[in-house]
Design a protein around this ligand. Structure first.
Ligand SMILES: Cc1cc2nc3c(=O)[nH]c(=O)nc-3n(C[C@H](O)[C@H](O)[C@H](O)COP(=O)(O)O)c2cc1C
Length: 207
């Protein structure tokens, strides 16, 4: 019997890189047979800050109609992939604020025993790919979650080189927001692996 996996991709993105990665992951997870919800977390920045950056303002407008994640998405999910751009080597305050709304579900044990994974992006080559994912995964330990990193479980991981999760070097410029094939392939592999492990876990619980 094949067990259907519910995957929530919950992320923050200011200028669109994270949205591209989330979209790629969602498509790969659906192709792997999962039911998928893609959700942004609520924006916290003042309008003046958003408008001061044309790329941020454009992406904010383009994703205005996208659903905002709620605690219920976590309750629904068997597996969750979180995403955030690096903010000084850490996750964004927007994603952290979302985490800080999860206490009631956490108190009921509702965050535990799920599969979790993560992705990030940076503006500079070594600007926080690994530290941001490790910071994200700190919270997953407190959830009682099962972290499923990609490791080097596919040849693509020797290309993108980050065993902690998909990460993209989003260099400022005209291509900001777009992702190349290496990041796209890494995102697809991570999503497929997350679904596969979550499905095996669900089948194991049901047995
Ligand atoms: C407050 C702030 C802190 C940042 N810190 C870093 C950093 O430490 N290293 C880095 O490479 N990029 C840093 N960035 C750049 C973002 O990581 C980059 O814009 C982001 O990865 C783009 O992702 P997005 O298009 O999904 O928003 C920072 C950006 C902001 C606004």
């Amino acid at each position: 019997m094949t067990h259907l996996v519910n995957l929530a991709v919950i992320y923050y993105s200011a200028t669109g890189t994270g949205t591209r990665i989330a979209t790629e992951m969602a498509q790969a997870a659906e192709a792997a047979g999962a039911r998928v919800r893609v959700r942004k977390v609520a924006e916290l920045a003042p309008r003046s800050a958003i408008d001061a950056n044309p790329a941020w303002a454009a992406h904010h407008a383009a994703t205005a109609d996208m659903p905002v994640s709620t605690t219920e998405d976590l309750a629904w999910a068997d597996a969750v992939i979180f995403g955030s751009p690096t903010r000084f080597g850490n996750i964004s305050s927007q994603l952290k604020q979302f985490f800080d709304t999860l206490s009631p579900l956490w108190q009921q044990g509702g965050l535990a025993d799920k599969v979790y994974s993560g992705f990030t992006s940076t503006a500079t080559l070594h600007g926080g790919h690994e530290s941001t994912l490790l910071a994200l995964y700190n919270s997953i330990h407190h959830f009682g979650g099962i972290i499923v990193p990609p490791g080097y479980t596919d040849p693509i991981k020797f290309v993108d080189g980050n065993p902690y999760g998909t990460s993209h070097h989003a260099a400022p410029g005209p291509d900001l927001g777009s992702i190349g094939d290496d990041t796209r392939n890494a995102a697809r592999h991570q999503a497929e692996r997350t679904v596969r492990i979550a499905r095996a876990l669900k089948a194991g619980h049901a047995a």
